[in-house]
Ligand binder design. Structure first.
Ligand code: PHE
Length: 478
């Protein structure tokens, strides 16, 4: 077996993990999801899920990764000492492959817009330009170029490739975004965008909380890169014992900060130039924002900077997606990193081609399917930590964590074992039914009306119990 890579410094790990988290999820998927789901109401639910589910879930992945020093499949199988855990590991690797297949297409759009902003190619007819660029041969060609850039960094390895690239990309993203937000907020009409985004809108929230929940939960997992083993894999390259709770908090805070900053660039632009958030959908950034640059002084320069930021963010995330199947092939299949990268790039040439040529498949994969798979994957990791690792997880959590954070370990374990899986299974069932267009009617049971929501919570509890009965390791703590 080849020697495993490892991070050179703690900052390197945090920047790489933040790089994974900050991506198209913040700059492209978030405005689209928020516009579709009620703006600030979506933001509230999403932030709540980040704090209550995202951070503990992130910690679960970090704990598995550092404890095992392996990538998802090997980590679960070796820690459980059972082959039964191979399937959830493989699901994570498969999800990462699917993610990168569509992500490369959007990455390709970004690369194209970055390059063509300088000449203002899309200025005359942003809508028509995007239709031409978003699917078909052109989209495919740019997706391949984007994949090649991603492959180049991953090929160079953990510290010489991923860490070094992250140390340049992340500070650049932050500085440029602050500058862009400062400028966007001065545009006339920007205020409407800010209030759509930040005004606390209780009425919409109350009326739609259950419809918003699956999308908000999916988006929260997506933006923190949870559920497909990215954070697990990155934590497996940690060699010293530092505080995982501190790292998880830093990652979530920085990611949220960039997300909010991105919103302060995107929404003022969308509103200042008249389209409003109604121009949502996958094209929001590429049509409405691109149109904004066309009408502004120095639009070309702004376009290059804006799409440059989006491109850097997309790359630092796609790198982390590619690293998962690469780590799997290197560790479990004993390929060299170089063959693994080359082989996977050929696979992605096909799968991203499918996404580039078939917009309907693209929309399904990048929206609903990803939400559902990441949620399923994270449930798997949480159940694993709660019911297989048990006390070992508490030990790993405490190692390097200090007294204060250490005291949170046991409550965290119970949340991870019981509360969060039930919650996520609930959003999963709601999401699947929503995608199928099924609504659950209230039923009367012996004179008592049981609401649809209560029935769904019941189903989630049953699913969790079934999982518990099949997966629990005898003697585990919970
Ligand atoms: N978090 C990344 C983004 O916001 C997407 C991602 C998901 C990356 C899962 C890795 C794994 O764009």
């Amino acid at each position: 077996m080849t020697t495993r890579g490892s991070w050179g410094t703690r900052l390197g790990f945090i920047l790489a993990a933040v790089g994974s988290a900050v991506g198209l999820g913040n700059l492209w998927r978030f405005p689209w999801m928020a516009a579709d789901n009620g703006g600030s109401a979506f933001l509230v639910v999403y932030l709540a899920v980040i704090v209550l589910v995202g951070v503990p879930g992130l910690l679960a992945e970090l704990v598995i990764g550092r404890r095992s020093n392996r990538s998802p499949v090997g980590a679960l199988v070796s820690l459980a000492d059972s082959d039964r855990w191979r399937a959830p590991g493989l699901l994570a690797v498969g999800t990462a492959v699917l993610l990168l297949s569509f992500y490369a297409v959007v990455g390709g759009w970004t690369l194209r817009y970055f390059l063509t902003s300088a000449t203002g190619a899309y200025f005359a007819e942003p809508g028509a330009y995007f239709s031409g660029a978003s699917s078909g041969l052109d989209a495919f060609a740019f997706a391949l170029a984007f994949l090649a850039l991603t492959g180049f960094v991953v090929y160079r390895g953990v510290d010489a490739g991923i860490e070094r690239a992250s140390k340049v990309m992340m500070p650049a993203i932050l500085v440029l975004l602050v500058a862009l937000a400062a400028w966007a907020l001065t545009l006339p009409g920007a205020g409407a965008g800010v209030s759509f985004y930040l005004a606390f809108d209780l009425a919409t929230l109350r009326a739609n909380a259950f419809d918003i929940l699956p999308a908000a939960a999916g988006q929260a997992l997506f933006t923190l890169s949870l559920g497909c083993g990215t954070m697990l894999t990155y934590a497996s390259y940690l060699s010293e014992d530092r505080s995982l709770p501190a790292d998880a908090t830093a990652i979530a805070v920085l990611n949220t900060l960039v997300g909010v900053l991105a919103g302060l660039v995107v929404f003022p632009l969308l509103f200042a130039l008249g389209d409003g958030a109604g121009a949502g959908g996958p094209g929001a950034v590429f049509v409405s924002i691109a149109a904004a640059f066309a009408t502004l002084p120095y639009g070309q320069v702004l376009g290059v900077v804006f799409f440059g930021v989006v491109l850097l963010a997309a790359l630092s995330s796609s790198i982390s997606m590619l690293e998962i199947p690469v780590a799997y092939l290197v560790e479990e299949r004993e390929h060299s990193r170089h063959t693994a990268v080359a082989g996977l790039l050929s696979l992605f040439a096909v799968t991203s081609g499918v996404c580039a040529f078939f917009p309907a498949i693209f929309a399904f994969v990048s929206g609903t399917l990803v939400d559902l798979l990441l949620t399923t994957g994270l449930v798997g990791f949480l159940l694993f930590v709660g019911w297989v690792l048990g006390k070992d997880a508490v030990d790993e959590f405490r190692t390097g964590a200090g007294d204060f954070a250490g005291r949170l370990a046991t409550p965290w374990l119970y949340a991870v074992a019981v509360v969060l899986p039930v919650f996520l299974l609930f959003t999963l069932v709601t999401g699947v039914l929503g995608a199928l267009g099924v609504t659950v009617a209230d039923v009367a049971l012996g004179g008592v009306t049981v609401s649809g929501t209560t029935q769904l919570v019941g189903v989630a509890v049953l699913l969790a119990l079934t999982a518990y009965a099949t997966l629990r390791r005898p003697g585990s703590a919970v």
